[in-house]
Design a protein around this ligand. Structure first.
Ligand code: ADP
Ligand code: MG
Length: 240
């Protein structure tokens, strides 16, 4: 579903990604971890073309992301992305937030968009909050809304960039539960997270990045039990 092939990227003279290659199969869940500044966010943003690359290629569901002829907004409508900060529109209600891109990007009718939004709110346990403003919800609830909003677009892939890092600790679990359920239902997912409990339970593979390189890319059991690299050993020793 995702093919990342010898990808390199630099900001001026600064090399942020060096020769990164990996693939994510349909239905696979891959967790990306590594120290701050190692290029995790940049890598995940290259997958939906939010960050251009200078070397290599990226193919998502058969579409070459870095081909200048590719329609990036069409691609992005099929690749759900959830960030650390939920970025809901504060002046719109929750259900309006869920309807917006369905109406304007997918061209769905109002009733269809509304029904779809309500179904997904129900799925993340927030149907009763549909007409509230984002500010009336807790951080954990807002992040669940952000996930539901991404799912409204019927994505073929979901990308997560530290979706629980900005949350109070008591709200982390409810967001991870929604992500776990998605994974169980067979969604293809690439998740930047330091929640190693989630990685152990849900991931098929773990990618460890350091200084812009993919240092390890292995089945989770191998990664946790026998990290190859010294950097990954140090990283795990610090966060576990
Ligand atoms: P991570 O998500 O692993 O913390 P990032 O992908 O955000 O890492 O960043 C990787 C490196 O690229 C960092 O050193 C960061 O400072 C640098 N970087 C990120 N965005 C930019 C930018 N727009 N211009 C210059 N350097 C950047
Ligand atoms: Mg980051």
């Amino acid at each position: 579903m995702i093919q990342i092939d010898h990808v390199s990227k630099h900001y001026g003279a600064f090399q942020v990604l060096t020769d990164c290659s990996t693939t994510v199969a349909k239905g696979e869940v891959v967790v990306v971890c590594g120290p701050s500044g190692s290029g995790k966010s940049t890598l995940i943003k290259t997958v939906n073309g939010l960050e251009p690359i200078q070397g290599g290629r990226i193919i998502v569901d058969g579409v070459t992301v870095n081909d200048p002829k590719t329609n990036l907004s069409k691609l992005r409508s099929r690749v759900g992305m959830v960030f650390q900060h939920f970025e809901l529109f504060p002046h719109l209600s929750i259900i309006e937030n869920l309807m917006l891109a369905q109406l304007h990007v997918l061209g769905r009718g109002k009733d269809e968009a509304h029904d779809k939004g309500m179904r997904l709110l129900e799925r993340v346990g927030l149907k009763a909050h549909a007409s509230k403003a984002p500010g009336q919800l807790s951080g954990g609830q807002q992040q669940r809304v952000a996930i539901a909003r991404a799912l409204c677009m019927d994505p073929v892939v979901m990308l997560f960039d530290e979706p629980t890092s900005a949350l109070d600790p008591e709200m982390v679990g409810e967001v991870l539960d929604v992500m776990t359920e998605l994974a169980t239902e067979g969604m293809t997912m690439m998740c930047v997270t330091h929640e190693m409990g989630f990685a152990r339970r849900v991931a098929d593979r773990v990618i460890f990045m350091d200084a812009g390189r993919i240092v390890e890319d292995r089945p989770k059991a191998d990664f946790f039990d026998h990290p190859n690299s010294e950097r990954a050993q140090q990283f795990l020793a610090r966060i576990l």
